[in-house]
Design a protein around this ligand. Structure first.
Ligand code: ATP
Ligand code: MG
Length: 257
């Protein structure tokens, strides 16, 4: 996946502000670069519906990963490019649907079960950055996201034990590389810490424990009770996180060259 920038937003715990991060980080990236959000989350409160307001799209990631049954009993897959919906200039979403849940079970029987998304992305003829909103946990769809990306960012809750959830994602990366026969392991760039529902001392404790365990914090997102101010606050803070993300990617590319 060297010709595209693919970043997975992967977490092991529900409600870690992953979809919020996908929405606001994608908006920031799209200011300079075409950005595609791939929504792999089949829950109703996903980035497709809750953040981009798209209800019942015709074609979704389910059609890309499996496709429609043809007369020969096989499946005709749809190209990733054909399902993209432009939500604002330069910002596209590959929407999710509830069907993805059964696709995950179906994928488990396939030889390509861990690399179906990687194959779909490799066929996408578009210069862009891709952000994948990965479902919670480390099921087959999540593993597909991790084999398809070159970078991983973890959204975490402002919780003193957040470093443990983060560890679950970071530690699995070499195993995934081996299982999918990849030549490179995706690089974990760091985390974005969503502070909602946390008091400030928990937030501070969380940042301290992440630093102690050597995790890079790309963004520390404050709690915003006020719904009217939320958009402005989140745009600002995720904007800063994206700047740090670019710095981390530049550092990584320098090391590799
Ligand atoms: N900074 C914030 N201040 C207040 N509320 C927030 C903030 N960030 C996120 N939220 C709210 O927290 C909830 C959970 O966030 P989100 O849906 O992004 O998490 P998630 O990790 O995608 O969850 P899931 O496990 O369901 O995929 C949402 O209702 C969202 O509106
Ligand atoms: Mg989500």
């Amino acid at each position: 996946m060297t010709n595209k920038l693919v970043i997975s937003l992967a977490k092991d715990k529900g409600g870690s502000t992953g979809s919020t991060a996908a929405r606001y980080m994608a908006k920031e990236i799209a200011k300079e670069y075409p950005c595609v959000v791939i929504d792999l989350d089949y829950q109703p409160r996903n980035v497709t519906r809750e953040h981009f307001g798209i209800e019942d799209p015709d074609l979704t990631m389910a059609d890309v990963l499996r496709g429609n049954k043809n007369d020969d009993g096989g499946y005709d897959k749809v190209n990733l490019k054909d399902i993209l919906i432009e939500v604002s200039p330069n910002l596209f979403i590959a929407p999710s649907s509830r069907k993805l849940k059964s696709i995950e079970q179906w994928l488990n029987e396939e030889v390509t079960k861990f690399v179906a998304l990687r194959m779909a992305i490799s066929k996408l003829d578009m210069k862009c950055a891709i952000l994948i909103d990965v479902p919670t946990g480390l099921g087959t769809l999540s593993i597909n996201a991790l084999t398809a990306c070159n970078y991983v960012i973890s959204p975490v809750k402002a919780d003193p034990n957040a470093w443990m959830d983060l560890g679950n994602v970071v530690n699995i990366l070499p195993d995934i590389q081996a299982a999918a026969n990849l030549t490179v392991t995706p690089v974990h760039l760091g985390c974005v810490v969503g502070a909602y529902r946390a008091d400030w001392s928990r937030h501070t404790e969380c940042l301290r424990s992440l630093a102690y365990h050597n995790y890079n914090v790309l963004g520390s997102i404050p709690m915003t009770e006020s719904v009217t101010r939320r958009d402005c606050v989140l745009t600002h803070h995720y904007g800063l996180a994206v700047q740090k993300m670019w710095e981390a990617i530049r550092r990584d590319r320098k090391c590799q060259s």
